[in-house]
Structures are given as structure tokens and as C-alpha cells.
Design a protein around this ligand. Structure first.
Ligand SMILES: Cc1cc2nc3c(=O)[nH]c(=O)nc-3n(C[C@H](O)[C@H](O)[C@H](O)COP(=O)(O)OP(=O)(O)OC[C@H]3O[C@@H](n4cnc5c(N)ncnc54)[C@H](O)[C@@H]3O)c2cc1C
Length: 432
């Protein structure tokens, strides 16, 4: 229960991975927390691929592997390069417990229940409309029904974060800095999934899909195996969709009927369809993450590593670090921007901002050379294997020469130099 009527130590807005991790960390330290979620229950509005990652999830929920509603333990990563009809797949298998597939409607609900058990007051079906300020300090939130007050408010309200925009911590997201993702969950018998993906028991597989109907677009597809369903989807930057008038649902239909993908989902029935935005701006687009009385965590702070499909882990760890900062602030009774900026400093010392910084130039390079890297070279990889596997009585040396020659005739030499220079610059910024 709240100490005074509607006044608590910390209000957390949004019960996704960031908000729940923040709230549970605070409650375990004996602080009073109200977690407000607009959905009918935590997870009911949440969409992802997707996999949660074992090590960071254990930092918040040490026993989640045995207690949480996980689907499958991922042992295979299949990188699929699709041409129009052909494909090349690189498969990496290792039973090392790095990640689990989950259904967010189930997992987030379980995580929020764990937070309740730790002492968090969970308020569901309630939308936070605006933040209440006293001068320059955030002191509470306004919902449809009533106002709640707190020493600190944590914004974990996801990619759109209207609340962070409202207090000018963040600007409107540009269409090039966000991807629109559409996905389907397709029900299939467990044994059929195991057979088609070469899995046993609760083992799972992740598919990262390049090209196919997305050739030349700044976007990727994904597949995840659940207990008795398969998730398939794709994400494409919003400006690509708008500028080219692409319809994401049609692209997903085309992906599902690609000769590499269709046999994997054949005979399945559609169980769920959803769409969601993914932050893609990276390090350069991370906004201010705190101000007087307020901190921003997870997707609301654009903390997503899109190359590695990592978002939930950055959300959980940012939520935890914001909670630790709030605990110190509550103990000292100081909620100023200066005190809360410890949260930003902690983020900089962890993989969260270090990884985003590592890839700070990635999206710029991809925007500049997307046709090269997401069309021309993908096609060339498939045509190399077409040449390598062909048996047509043409001497192999002639095939090799023809293939090498095509690299220089199909693309201007000046463009090849620009591509090489872009790769060198990118590798330099990643590795040095
Ligand atoms: C298609 C897709 C695939 C993905 N795949 C992966 C993956 O495989 N692995 C991975 O790690 N990450 C993946 N991600 C990214 C990951 O889902 C996000 O990074 C992560 O969910 C961010 O957590 P969050 O708590 O910050 O935000 P969210 O999960 O978006 O949670 C925000 C919460 O706030 C609530 N809310 C919003 N506004 C209000 C309000 N005003 N009042 C009250 N409540 C509010 C929402 O209902 C929601 O519950 C994927 C994302 C997408 C879209």
C-alpha cells in the first residue's frame, strides 16, 4: 500500500521488461513502487520476435529458466540469405543456453506477478496521460482516473514514449530511425517443428533472414520456434516503406511463400498477427535519459542493438540501473538531475551504451549503401554458390573467371571502391 494517499517512492510507467526490472529491483530493496500499465495485463500489448537472453534475464530473475513460461531453449542460429528463388544458409548450433524464445503475453505477465510478490503495487488497464511537474521537477503522473505522486518517476513506456516527448527529453522519432515490424505466429505441431528445424525436445532455432522480398530494403526478417508455433516476421525502416510505398503485409506474404521458408510453415494455422515499431537510431539517437525527478529506460530511451536483435536485455539492465540510482537518491533525499545522472554514467560503463557506441556508424553506412549491401552482394553470394554447385560440362576455371568478371561488370568499379571504403570505415569505427 502507498505510504500517504497517492504518494509513493517511485512510479514506473510501463510493465514491459524495462519497467518490471526497475520496479522489482526497487521493491526488493524495500522501496515503495507503483507500476502502471495501460494493457489489460502486463504483456497484453507487447510484441517482439523473439528471444530473451539468459545471462541478463538471470540478473533480474535468477530462477527464470525453471519458473518462467519460456517456450524453447535456442540452440541454432540460421542466417538465411534469400535470392528470388534460391538461398544460402549458414547455421550455427551450440547448446549453450544463450537465449530462450518466449511469448510476451505470457512472459511479461509472469514477470509482473513476480514483481507483485516482491511488493510492487501493479496498476493495470490505466494509461498515464501526462507527467505532473513542480517547477522543473517531475513529481507525479496523471492517469484517466486520478493523479499519483512520487519522489521519482521512471518512464518505461516503450518506443513511442509520448511522456519523454512531453517533457522535451526526446524529439519526434524520424522515420529513418525506426523500423515497422509485422509478424505472425503460426500454430504447428511440436513434432513437426522439431523435424523441420532439426531439433529435439525443447530445443529451439532462430532464423535471421536477409534478402528475398526485402532485397535492397533496409530491413531483415526473423523466425523463432515456440513450443507449438513458429513466429515469422520482418522489420523495415519506416522511411523505406513510406518512400517506396511498400506494404509490409504483402512483403511478409511474399516472404512466407519463398521456397526456403514455405516448407517450414506449411500446414500451419495463423494464431496471432501483430505490428510494432523498433528503435533503429542507435547511439546517436539516444536522448537525454534523466532530468529532475525522472529517468527514461528501455525502448523509451532508444536502447536497442538492432544488429544483434537485442532489446529486452538492454531494457532489463537499464531498468535495473535506474532502480539502483533511484535507491541511492531516495536514501540521500536528493532527486535532482545531477543526482539521477548517475544512471547515465552507469549505462556508459556497461555493455548497454558501450555496444550502441560500437555500432554508432552502422545505420549511417547502411542508409548510404543499402542497395549494395542488402541487394547486390546478397545476390552475389547466392550466385557464387549457384556457380560452385553447378554441373554443366563447363570447365570449373571458366566458371570461376566468369563469376569474378561479373563482379566488375555488374557494378561500376567506382561503386565497388565506395563499398570497400564504407566497409573499411565501418570496421574501423567498430573495432578501434
Ligand atoms: C518485432 C520485434 C521483434 C523483436 N525481437 C526481439 C528479440 O528477439 N529479442 C530482444 O531482446 N528484443 C527484441 N525486440 C525488442 C524488444 O521487444 C524491446 O526492446 C523491449 O520490449 C523493450 O522493452 P521496454 O520495457 O522498454 O518496452 P515495451 O516492451 O514496449 O513495454 C512498454 C510498456 O509500456 C506500456 N505503456 C506504454 N505507454 C503507456 C502509458 N502511457 N501508460 C501506461 N503504460 C504504458 C506498454 O503497454 C508496454 O507494456 C523486438 C521488437 C520487435 C518490435
Amino acid at each position: 500500500m502507498l505510504r500517504d494517499y497517492n504518494k509513493t517512492d517511485v512510479i514506473v510507467v510501463g510493465a514491459g521488461p524495462a519497467g518490471v526490472s526497475c520496479a522489482i529491483t526497487l521493491a526488493r530493496a524495500g522501496k515503495e513502487v507503483v507500476l502502471i500499465e495501460r494493457g489489460a495485463f502486463a504483456g497484453s500489448k507487447n510484441v517482439f520476435g523473439g528471444a530473451i537472453y539468459t545471462q541478463p534475464t538471470k540478473e533480474i530473475f535468477p530462477n527464470f529458466e525453471t519458473e518462467a513460461p519460456v517456450e524453447r531453449r535456442n540452440i541454432a542460429h540460421n542466417f538465411m540469405i534469400l535470392g528470388e528463388k534460391d538461398s544460402t544458409t549458414i547455421s550455427y548450433r551450440n547448446d549453450d543456453n544463450v537465449s530462450y524464445s518466449v511469448i510476451r503475453g505470457k512472459f511479461d505477465r509472469w514477470a509482473a506477478e513476480e514483481a507483485k510478490k516482491a511488493g510492487v503495487t501493479l496498476v493495470e488497464e490505466t494509461v498515464v496521460r501526462s507527467l505532473i511537474k513542480n517547477g522543473t521537477t517531475v513529481v507525479g503522473v496523471q492517469t484517466e482516473l486520478e493523479d499519483y505522486y512520487a519522489d521519482i518517476v521512471v518512464l518505461a513506456d516503450g518506443v513511442n514514449s509520448l511522456l519523454a516527448k512531453q517533457i522535451k527529453l526526446r524529439k519526434e522519432i524520424e522515420p529513418k530511425d525506426v523500423a515497422l515490424s509485422v509478424k505472425e505466429v503460426i500454430k504447428l505441431d511440436k513434432n513437426i517443428i522439431n523435424q523441420r528445424f532439426n531439433l529435439q525436445d525443447e530445443q529451439g532455432a532462430i532464423g535471421e533472414i536477409f534478402g528475398g522480398p526485402m532485397l535492397g530494403m533496409l530491413g531483415l526478417g526473423f523466425m523463432y520456434t515456440n513450443k507449438d508455433s513458429v513466429t515469422i516476421g520482418l522489420g523495415i525502416t519506416l522511411n523505406d516503406l513510406v518512400e517506396n510505398n511498400y506494404r509490409p503485409f504483402e512483403i511478409l506474404e511474399a516472404l512466407k511463400s519463398h521456397p526456403m521458408i514455405a516448407p517450414l510453415i506449411e500446414g500451419g494455422t495463423l494464431e496471432e498477427y501483430s505490428a510494432h515499431l523498433i528503435p533503429e537510431g542507435g547511439y546517436k539517437k539516444v536522448p537525454k535519459l534523466c532530468d529532475n525527478g525522472v529517468m527514461v529506460v528501455g525502448d523509451a530511451g532508444m536502447l536497442v542493438n538492432n544488429l544483434h536483435w537485442e532489446g529486452t536485455n538492454l531494457a532489463m539492465i537499464s531498468g535495473k540501473l535506474a532502480a539502483e540510482t533511484a535507491i541511492d537518491a531516495l536514501n540521500s533525499g536528493n532527486f535532482s538531475r545531477r543526482t539521477l545522472s548517475l544512471y547515465e554514467r552507469k549505462l556508459k560503463e556497461t555493455f548497454v551504451l558501450k555496444d550502441l557506441k560500437t555500432y554508432k556508424d552502422l545505420m549511417d553506412v547502411m542508409h548510404q549503401r543499402q542497395k549494395a549491401f542488402l541487394s547486390y552482394y546478397l545476390k552475389k553470394i547466392n550466385s557464387f554458390f549457384e556457380m560452385f554447385t553447378s554441373v554443366n560440362s563447363i570447365p570449373k576455371k571458366e566458371n570461376y573467371h566468369k563469376f569474378i568478371k561479373s563482379i566488375f561488370t555488374d557494378r561500376k568499379i567506382s561503386e565497388l571502391f565506395k563499398d570497400a571504403w564504407a566497409i573499411i570505415r565501418l570496421l574501423w569505427s567498430i573495432l578501434v
